[in-house]
Write a protein that binds this ligand. Sequence first.
Ligand SMILES: Nc1ncnc2c1ncn2[C@@H]1O[C@H](COP(=O)(O)OP(=O)(O)OP(=O)(O)O)[C@@H](O)[C@H]1O
Ligand SMILES: [Mg+2]
Length: 287
Amino acid sequence: MIQTGIGKVCHSDKDAIIHVDCVTHRYPDGTQGIHNMCFSVYPREIVTLCGPNGAGKSTLIEHLNGLMMPDVGGVRVFGEDMCKDNLSTIRKLVGLVFQDADSQLFSPTVLDDVMFGPLNLGLPLEEAKKRAEHALDVVGIKGVNKIPHNLSGGEKRLVAIAGVIAMEPKILAVDEPTGDLDPSNAKKMERLLTSLRDDHGMSVVIALHDMNMAARIADRVCIVKQGGIIAEGAPEDILYNDALLTSAGLELPTVARLFKDLGLEEEGVELPLTIEQLLNVIELKRP
Ligand SMILES: Nc1ncnc2c1ncn2[C@@H]1O[C@H](COP(=O)(O)OP(=O)(O)OP(=O)(O)O)[C@@H](O)[C@H]1O
Ligand SMILES: [Mg+2]
């Protein structure tokens, strides 16, 4: 595996708040979802899992709160080995939003749906309602009495995220969070995920194919291929590696592609990850 400890990313395994230790999971039909997968989550970081369709991102994500259990290997969450007996504790710490938000919503109204988790934690009705209203406010959903089934795909995703935020987990794992969002809601989602790290001190794990989003938002990038992580490191190290990304069926983010194609690579020039950073580099180089 390519592993880069330079740049912003330098962690020791003992700091990991989740450690997926050489996990293999096979589905009932015999398909291998992940194989010998090792992955860690560190405090207060956004880590992206980038990989092509079928790479194993969702399978890994569903192991983070015990929705799936490993066939081989183990998962540690805040130092506890995950097992059937501590799943309820682990699910308070790790919230998960599925790729298919539809499957996460089942209550008669949006508010009921978001209150379900806090009520399940044993909170009194008023406290659960307060948390749910706050979480819906954070994601910007107004129609709290609507039937979840009647919401648009993007709205369902936002309600599903609110449902997890209302549980106040330490770690949020989201699967393809912007897949069905329009540009304005996608931007809002990026701001929301960033603020969960910055304002709430959470760690956020995001599975996605959108390399531009990974460039804008990630503190650390993991490349997933054929059920394993083949490379991980700081975004500037991973997202400028043309050969690596091509071998994983991915592409350079647009900013990295432009930076390379414009011949801006030069000793000492920091690799830009956002359009603003790229424009700054171009401005500095202007004669
Ligand atoms: N319920 C299932 N039964 C059998 N095989 C499955 C099942 N779910 C996933 N798989 C297989 O496991 C492998 C990993 O799938 P997974 O859904 O984790 O990939 P992914 O990286 O999330 O892909 P995508 O980007 O398409 O969401 C694939 O080969 C897939 O076909
Ligand atoms: Mg998936």
